[in-house]
Design a protein around this ligand. Structure first.
Ligand code: AGP
Length: 613
């Protein structure tokens, strides 16, 4: 999770920026840097590693001035090292930029710029931004115009903040999509820019948030907001609460809603530094997976609880389909009581956001006793599950505060997809073309998730229609059967409405007896190999008077004619569809619970990490 801090005003920018970055460092990063306009020139200090190294660098080579920007980076393109750390400065030394997210079309931009003589000094996608702005300013465009035209060229979800020594009285910022926010803070004759409120809360509580597709021109006197086409935007500053917890929610009412919307960023970050899109390869170094081990493994037993268990069910489909390895998935609280068949040719793969769930840790201990290799997919760095495992994959979503897990469900789905590719590759059963195809699909995921998130208003409307319901059935098939389970868990744990996820094919073996007008059915019916069967499922429910809420592929007129509410999602490669299809179900549960006025972030009887058996 990258962090951005900017300052313009009468004080020295350097300590303000460094302190702001420090307030964001819990989000996780692997390098940091700061740029300040000093005596008319842009000075940059940046390094891999923690902020303490950057602070030392600044002590050794001080820089000071009244305008500057800083950044903590989680590598997406290019190794986490000094040359790839932000801020990035161009060839003229007159423009400097920091950036969150991914420039999806950076390769074509890089080729275009290099053909015109641009010299690149990093492996990052970010550097294309500064060269684009420089090229336009070279053509006598002002900073605002050059930035605006540059923003129009960038594909994907990002936040961009930049400044130029040629126009030393302003900072330009933009929010392009959902790769995290941009907040502008109002001070006394000074202004602040940040990716997250905690970075500037000690200086001001008067802020405005940028929306998707907006840019800000920040001077000491204030800020001018406009669309990317230059149309002015009027937005009064809002006063945020002092309470850092409340401030951390930023523009959202609850952490759960914020974390649902953070999924473009968390999916970007869980892919970050692990995929070489040019080579079509995946790297999971912390797993310690050798070709020998990959070939020796006879089966994988995935074990987890709750939402993590549902992620494991999707993992079974992915690993068996791609790597042709037998996988079984077991609820952690059951595994150790069934005398499981686990030996030294078994991998026991635990999935746990907290890495501290007692049942999951106990299952890992059972696996260890029986000689298995232990792997863990975890979110909390340094957690017990991570420490006892022989190898791990970190979800890299940043802290998940809401008890109902959202971004820590979608990130492991992508991690398991990458694991399946790596296993297949090392076991020699994946030809290069298929490997490249599977890897290329990863690049789409953050944007597809962003498209699903943009449908929130329609999901909220569907939520309003379900406020009176007492029961709800969720049906899914194939790789989206676990999506039905997860959607039902989301609803029941935060709205206290009874909800049950079921394999759609099982309806005729019992649950169909439940269907009447008081039993709404949520159906995952996106266009995949199971689509036709899901259509008939919907017709069976409708013919018995059951209301239907369908998750469907955008433009599907057939579903639109059948369902009472449609939760649209973009067309998605089927193996990654559980990542996107669950998002409307997360939002559906959230809005029902929020509209019922319930404690969404801390539902009754639940804990974020169940450390007791
Ligand atoms: C999911 O929304 C719940 N909070 C719960 O089921 C959770 O997934 C489960 O307790 C496992 O937690 P873990 O991922 O931290 O091990």
């Amino acid at each position: 999770m990258c962090g951005i801090v900017g300052y313009i005003g009468p004080r020295d920018a350097t300590p303000i920026i460094l302190q702001g970055l420090k307030r964001l460092e819990y989000r996780g990063y692997d390098s940091a840097g700061v740029a300040v306009l000093q005596n008319g020139h842009i000075e940059v200090r940046r390094d891999a590693g923690k902020l303490s190294r950057l602070t030392k660098l600044v002590e050794e080579k001080p820089l000071s001035g009244h305008i500057g920007i800083g950044h903590t980076r989680w590598a997406t393109h290019g190794e986490p090292n000094a040359r790839n750390a932000h801020p990035h400065i161009g060839m003229t030394g007159e423009v400097v930029v920091v950036h969150n997210g991914i420039v999806e079309n950076f390769l074509e931009l890089r080729e275009e710029l290099a053909a015109e003589g641009a010299e690149f000094h990093s492996d990052t996608d970010t550097e294309t931004i500064v060269h684009l702005v420089e090229r336009l300013m070279g053509a006598q465009q002002g900073l605002e115009q050059a930035a605006m035209q540059t923003f129009h060229r960038l594909k994907g979800h990002q936040s961009v903040v930049l400044l130029s020594s040629r126009e030393p009285d302003k900072i330009v910022a933009a929010r392009l999509g959902n790769a995290g926010g941009v907040v502008i803070g109002f001070g006394e004759d000074e202004m602040f820019v940040a990716s997250d409120l905690p970075a500037i809360l000690e200086h001001t509580r008067e802020v405005v948030f940028l929306e998707n597709g907006e840019m800000a021109i920040v001077t000491r006197e204030g800020v001018r907001l406009q669309t990317l086409d230059g149309a002015p935007i009027e937005r009064a500053p809002q006063t945020v609460p002092w309470d850092p917890v409340a401030a951390e929610k930023g523009e959202y009412r609850h952490f759960m809603q914020k974390e649902i919307h953070e999924q473009v960023r968390s999916l970007t970050d869980t892919i970050a530094g692990r995929v070489d899109f040019e080579a079509g390869r995946v790297y999971l170094p912390q797993l310690n997976l050798t070709p020998e081990l990959a070939r020796r493994i006879k089966r994988i037993v995935i074990t987890a609880c709750g939402t993590a268990y549902h992620a494991g069910l999707v993992g079974k489909y992915l690993i068996e389909h791609i790597a042709r390895l037998p996988v079984e998935v077991d609820v952690a609280s059951e595994l150790r009581y069934r005398d499981p068949i686990i030996d030294e040719d078994t991998v026991l793969l635990a999935i746990s956001q907290s890495g501290e769930t007692a049942d999951t840790l106990a299952a890992m201990a059972e696996g260890r006793t029986r000689g298995a290799t232990l792997w863990a997919v975890v979110n909390v760095i340094g957690s017990q599950a991570m420490r006892v495992a022989d190898g791990y994959i970190s979800m890299q979503t940043g802290p998940e505060i809401g008890v109902a897990s959202t971004k820590a469900y979608t990130a492991p789905l992508v991690d398991l997809y990458m694991l399946a590719i790596l296993l297949a590759d090392l076991r020699g059963i994946l030809d290069e073309q298929e490997r490249r195809r599977l890897v290329a699909a990863l690049r789409l995921v953050p944007d597809l998730a962003g498209q699903a998130l943009e449908r929130e208003p329609e999901v909220e409307a569907a939520a309003r229609s379900l406020l009176e319901t007492k029961h709800c059935l969720y049906l899914g098939r194939g790789i989206n059967m676990p999506t039905a389970y997860e959607g039902a868990l989301k609803l029941k744990e935060i709205s206290y409405i009874h909800a049950e996820g079921y394999p759609a094919g099982e309806m005729k073996h019992g649950p169909i007896a439940l269907i009447d007008r008081d039993m709404p059915v949520v159906v995952i019916a996106t266009q995949d190999r199971w689509y036709e069967k899901m259509l008939s499922q919907i017709e069976q429910v409708k013919s018995r008077g059951g209301p239907v809420v369908a998750v469907a592929t955008e433009g599907d007129e057939m579903i639109a004619s059948l369902a009472d509410h449609v939760l649209w999602v973009p067309e998605t490669p089927w193996m990654l569809s559980p990542v996107v299809n669950v998002i409307p179900l997360q939002m559906l549960a959230y809005h029902i619970a929020a509209l019922l006025g319930l404690d969404v972030d801390q539902p009754r009887n639940l804990a974020k990490s169940v450390t007791v058996e």
